[in-house]
Design a protein around this ligand. Structure first.
Ligand code: IDP
Ligand code: MG
Length: 149
């Protein structure tokens, strides 16, 4: 099983889309392992987006991320890193297919409502950035044998 870090960014929270986003992951059959509503510090935002520090939008991205509520989540499931990226759609909502979260629910790249780790390695880093080990809950889902054979 893989774990990944998914976040509803502040634009998604402001637009009332927390429930819609959680619903998509629950209905898919993924398992919620950790979740918190936080107002990230600018330092946390900078660490979270550290790979983008050379980009011209890095400063405004970190400022926007730290300016409001952010729902950090850890989800678990088979091949979840790749599958969740497919569920998100492309970085730019204009390139995202209908049926994806960004394709259905947002318009512009700087307001694309959701974050998802882009590789297994990034997922490990991001899960440990946002969660202490004791904030991740190991539980057995009663649906497991109906999702996996
Ligand atoms: P991702 O969120 O699909 O993984 P990244 O390239 O990691 O995309 O970029 C992180 C976030 O930075 C994006 O989700 C988006 O909010 C923002 N971003 C990416 N490219 C641009 C841009 O060209 N202009 C403004 N914001 C951008
Ligand atoms: Mg990314």
């Amino acid at each position: 099983m893989e774990r990944t870090m998914i976040a509803v960014k502040s634009d998604g929270v402001q637009r009332g889309l927390i429930g819609e986003i959680i619903k998509r992951f629950e209905h898919k059959g993924f398992k919620l392992i950790g979740m918190k509503l936080v107002k990230p510090t600018e330092d946390m935002a900078k660490q979270h987006y550290i790979d983008l520090k050379a980009k011209p939008f890095y400063a405004s991205l970190c400022k926007f991320t730290s300016a409001g509520p952010f729902v950090a989540m850890c989800w678990e499931g088979q091949s979840i890193v790749k599958v969740s990226r497919d569920m998100l759609g492309e970085t730019n909502p204009a390139d995202s297919k209908p049926g994806t979260i960004r394709g259905d629910l947002c318009v512009q790249v700087g307001r694309n409502i959701i974050h998802g780790s882009d590789s297994l390695e990034t997922a490990k880093k991001e899960v440990s950035l946002w969660f202490k080990p004791e904030e991740l809950i190991d539980w057995k889902s009663c649906m497991e044998s109906f999702l996996y054979e």
